[in-house]
Design a protein around this ligand. Structure first.
Ligand SMILES: [Zn+2]
Length: 82
């Protein structure tokens, strides 16, 4: 499989609406754990969102959604391996 070489990100795209905060209908702007402002230049963060689909009625529920700065993300996920 030929994958593109990874390197510094030079092109940015607008965050797709599916990753917006469903309460505010705007991009997540704070880390769930430490409240760090996420939309500043150079800040990297993770958005996790889970959906449940109801095919019979063509509906979808959000099970959970949050954004974590990379520092909190690493602390959180490393705590599972200890
Ligand atoms: Zn954080």
């Amino acid at each position: 499989m030929n994958l593109p070489e990874l390197g510094p990100i030079s092109e940015f795209i607008r965050i797709p609406g599916v990753f917006y905060n469903s309460v505010t209908n705007a991009p997540f702007d704070k880390c769930l754990f430490c409240n760090k402002y996420l939309l500043a230049s150079g800040v990297t963060y993770i958005i996790e969102k889970a959906f449940r689909n109801y095919k019979e009625v063509k509906k979808q529920d959000i099970i959970f959604e949050y954004a974590l700065c990379c520092k909190c993300y690493n602390l959180f996920y490393n705590s599972f391996s200890e």
